[in-house]
Design a protein. Structure first.
Length: 593
């Protein structure tokens, strides 16, 4: 098998900015249960009114002046320029320095008073992410050399050294495997922490001939259910993986059982909330679908009436869409994978500048931006059980799913609205940016995390500063926490995100950037408040208690790195680089909480 995937540097957090024009022209709006070519309703027909009132509304909290007791903390000065906090545990912390060295960064373990323990001089990350989802282990190569290997296919970078599975609390290597390795876009661990990626190159070859996995516990063996030539694609559960044979055939295996491969009928698929939707058809068309529930019951759906393409799924529901039309929309259909409810058809705005805006809600609704019969666009919602259509807001906007489809956050004309299957509520005005977990194929297959439930809404103040509101879809709490936010708007792409204190987000247990944190399970949100000095604050991600101060910043907040929390949630810390560039200041909570 000649398989090689380049390591890709990609952004860390997806953000939504306010407003946006999704296009759309004077096209018919079919009734929810009608066919694609159904006539439009009369232009002067009043839409269904959006929900009003406050029953069942969000719990609103104002914590701008209501703060919890400060977290006792102490500061440690670490000599050397450009350092950052790489990992934290209840008994130690790890710093990362020297990343300008071509052989890689140095990792140094210290106790909570700063005394040096283990150290690895040069480490390379050879996978897209290198930290286990539980934050307790890292998979890195202790590097001896970097090579350029050339064969009849081309020239490839190769890392030579020792692949190590590191205990991030102690620095001990539970696995040490001499290795020559390519760099890969694969994740370093499976979502359930049970296996880590290892793809050594044999002999003097330039490419690995197999993509391997080893158990994270003794005897550190390959999964019995995976053939040497199989490629891991996605984990549905610890006992059910999607894999690809070297023939290109997709199937499922139980990684713990040999000869458990079961071929899939589809060429593409969606895994969502325990559901598994597979799609077949000519080329990339979806002409037939099979939906399998968490209990194993399957239901087929024929989609032969148009040229449909897969467009995502949520629980029992999956969506297909046609090709974009010249008027700036495309027809879409939501299908019930249980086969109990009729399919719902609707047109969605679509332009080359931005893809269509649609969110499937687990509660049995779809929210989208689409054309109306009079030629205008509007944010709309269709209840899938009844076909009832609500026109919520005239005009275009941007939508982001929260809580794995519990609701959708709409940003339109500077206002943010939280939309659920049966109601909506305005949550902020003068919105500058919404920070939320990304919807990116590079993180496909990760286990749903607590960060998927939250949106951090940054608004502009009349004074020229910024305020911050936190929304948690799981607890349905909305907290305004500060009118003095230190905030740095990302330059260029709205998907850019640096590992600084300039944007609030969630803590992580380990890793060099926020991308690693997206695969972990955070318990805290953080933000930095302006002042003399500026201050670092932590908030429980469920918004169950007001913010607590972790510590003061010694210098410019622009030199501050995002904070970390130990895997057990008992210890916190952050690092900042001194103004003269000669040291790294690490602030740690003094007592386990």
């Amino acid at each position: 098998m000649r398989t090689f995937v380049l390591f890709l540097q990609v952004p860390f957090l997806a953000t939504m900015t306010c407003g946006g024009n999704n296009g759309g022209g004077p096209r018919p709006h079919p009734t929810p249960d009608a066919g694609i070519d159904a006539p439009a309703p009369p232009v002067d027909a009043p839409p269904d009114a959006p929900p009003t009132g406050t029953p069942g509304g969000l719990t609103r909290l104002d914590w701008r002046t209501n703060r919890g007791a400060p977290i006792a903390s102490h500061a440690i000065a670490i000599p050397g320029a450009g350092g950052s906090l790489f990992a934290i545990s209840n008994t130690s912390f790890v710093t990362q320095t020297g990343c300008e060295d071509p052989l890689g960064c140095a990792l140094t373990w210290r106790d909570l008073q700063g005394t040096v323990g283990a150290r690895i001089a040069h480490t390379q990350r050879v996978t897209f992410t290198s930290i286990a989802p539980d934050g307790r282990h890292a998979q890195v190569v202790a590097t001896d050399a970097l090579e350029t290997c050339t064969d009849d296919v081309g020239a490839f970078p190769v890392v030579r050294g020792t692949l190590e599975l590191l205990d991030l609390a102690t620095g001990a290597a539970t696995v040490s495997l001499p290795i020559r390795s390519n760099t890969w876009s694969a994740q370093g661990f499976t979502p359930f922490n049970d296996y880590f990626f290892a793809a050594p190159i044999k002999g003097t070859a330039c490419l690995a001939d197999a993509l391997g996995w080893l158990a994270t516990s003794a005897p550190f063996a390959p999964p019995p259910g995976l053939l040497a030539t199989d490629t891991f694609v996605q984990a549905i559960s610890p006992q059910r993986w999607i894999v690809q044979h070297n023939t290109g055939t997709l199937g499922t295996v139980d990684p713990t059982k040999a000869n458990s491969f079961q071929q899939l009928t589809g060429k593409t698929f969606d895994v969502t909330q325990g559901w598994f939707h597979t799609y077949t058809g000519f080329a990339d068309l979806v002409q037939d679908a099979v939906s399998t529930s968490p209990t194993g019951a399957s239901h087929p759906t024929a989609l032969h009436d148009d040229d449909w393409h897969a467009a995502g799924a949520r629980g029992r529901w999956f969506r297909v869409c046609g090709q974009p039309q010249t008027a700036g929309f495309r027809n879409c259909r939501v299908v019930d994978g249980q086969g109990e409810l009729a399919a719902v058809n609707f047109p969605v705005n679509f332009t080359t500048a931005s893809s269509d805006t649609t969110v499937l809600l687990t509660g049995g609704a779809v929210v989208f931006v689409g054309p109306l019969g009079d030629g205008t666009s509007a944010v709309q919602r269709i209840t899938l059980a009844t076909g009832k259509r609500d026109v919520l807001h005239p005009g275009p906007g941007t939508l982001q799913a929260l809580g794995d489809g519990a609701g959708a956050l709409l940003v339109q004309d500077g206002a943010a609205w939280y939309i659920e299957a049966d109601r909506e509520e305005r949550v902020a005005d003068h919105v500058v940016q919404v920070i939320s977990a990304p919807q990116t194929p590079f993180l496909r297959g990760r286990a749903a995390g607590r960060q998927d439930d939250v949106a951090l809404v940054v608004s502009a103040m009349d004074s020229g500063g910024f305020s911050l509101a936190l929304l948690d879809a799981r607890t349905r709490r909305l907290a305004r926490v500060t009118d003095g936010l230190f905030f740095t708007q990302p330059a260029g792409s709205p998907f850019s995100f640096a590992d600084t204190c300039g944007q609030p987000w969630t803590t992580r247990s380990a890793g060099a950037n926020q991308l690693e944190g997206l695969l972990q399970q955070p318990g805290q949100l953080y933000f930095v408040e302006r002042g003399n000095p500026a201050t670092m604050w932590l908030v429980p991600i469920d918004l169950a208690a007001p913010p607590r101060k972790l510590g003061d910043l010694a210098g410019d907040p622009a030199s501050c790195h995002a904070p970390l929390a130990s895997p057990d949630g008992q210890r916190f810390g952050f690092a900042e680089n001194t103004a003269d560039g000669t040291a790294t200041r690490v602030v740690l909570s003094s007592d386990a909480r």
